[in-house]
Every structure is written in structure tokens, then in C-alpha cells.
Design a protein around this ligand. Structure first.
Ligand code: FMN
Length: 135
């Protein structure tokens, strides 16, 4: 099984998680700006939360590509809540008949909140998530 890890990150938090997941899978994390879906990959898609939603470019990417029967694993970071950006990505993907294998979420620092997040523990959890998804 081949893997792709595609992310949008305005401030680097989601990028940090994307890179941990990609490292674990032996691939490079791809900024969504330059990303193209390959054939038969399990694709990890991740975004920060902006105004209660995933990045527009992430939603657009999902809309622009075919996900029928494709395995997808989702991840996200946000200042508060517990993954509403992931929920939205998941619901658009389900409407496109993707197979959602799993999801990971952690807090990301924002202004004075969540200092240091994602921290080492978050990164370790993300790596475990990557391993779980590949089985
Ligand atoms: C423009 C902007 C809008 C944001 N809006 C929200 C929000 O609505 N809800 C929330 O929980 N966090 C919000 N945040 C915090 C981010 O979701 C959080 O810092 C996240 O980890 C950012 O990921 P990134 O570093 O990969 O861009 C916002 C951050 C920015 C910069």
C-alpha cells in the first residue's frame, strides 16, 4: 500500500502533525498547494480550523477530486473544540463515497491558547495513528 499525506497549514501546527505522520510512513508530507492525488493510495488529509471550518483549499481539493472507494485518514488541529474541521472534511468525503479509515485530532496553539501544542505527546499520538491506519 502506498501512502500520501496532504495538508493545509497556515501557521505550522497541522504541518507538524503531517510531517510526523509522513515520517512514520516513509513518505513526504505534501502541501495542498502542490499536491496531486496518486492512483491507489491511502491518503491522509489534514487541515487547521479557520472560522470553524477546514481551509477552503482543502474543501476545494476534496470537491475537485474523485474519492469513490478511496481509503482516507483525516487529521486536524484547532484552537478549541475537538475537531469540527475534521467533521466537515469527513462529511464532504462521505458524500463522495470515500472510505474513512480513521481520524486524528489535537489542539494547536493559537494566540495565547494551547502553548506548545502540538507537543511531543501529540506527535507521538499522531505517529501511533499513522501506524494504526496502515494495518
Ligand atoms: C485565521 C484563523 C482562524 C481561526 N479560527 C479558529 C476557529 O474558528 N476555531 C478554532 O478552534 N480555532 C481557530 N483557529 C486556531 C487554529 O485552528 C489553530 O491554531 C490550528 O492549530 C492552526 O493550524 P495551522 O497552524 O496548521 O494553521 C484559527 C486560527 C487562525 C489563524
Amino acid at each position: 500500500m502506498d501512502f500520501q499525506v496532504i495538508y493545509f497549514s497556515k501557521k505550522g501546527n497541522t504541518k507538524k502533525i503531517a510531517e510526523a505522520i509522513a515520517f512514520e510512513l516513509g513518505v513526504r508530507a505534501e502541501d495542498i498547494k502542490n499536491a496531486k492525488l496518486d492512483g491507489n493510495t491511502l491518503v491522509f488529509l489534514g487541515s487547521g480550523c479557520y472560522g470553524g471550518k477546514p481551509a477552503k483549499s482543502m474543501t476545494q481539493f476534496i470537491q475537485d477530486n474523485s474519492f469513490t472507494s478511496r481509503d482516507v485518514a483525516l487529521f486536524g488541529t484547532s484552537g478549541s473544540g475537538d475537531g469540527i474541521e475534521v467533521n466537515e472534511m469527513e462529511s464532504v468525503l462521505r458524500s463522495k463515497d470515500a472510505r474513512i479509515k480513521g481520524r486524528f485530532f489535537c489542539k494547536g496553539k493559537f494566540l495565547f491558547a494551547n502553548r506548545g501544542r502540538p507537543n511531543d505527546e501529540d506527535v507521538d499520538e499522531a505517529k501511533k495513528f499513522a501506524q494504526l491506519m496502515r494495518t
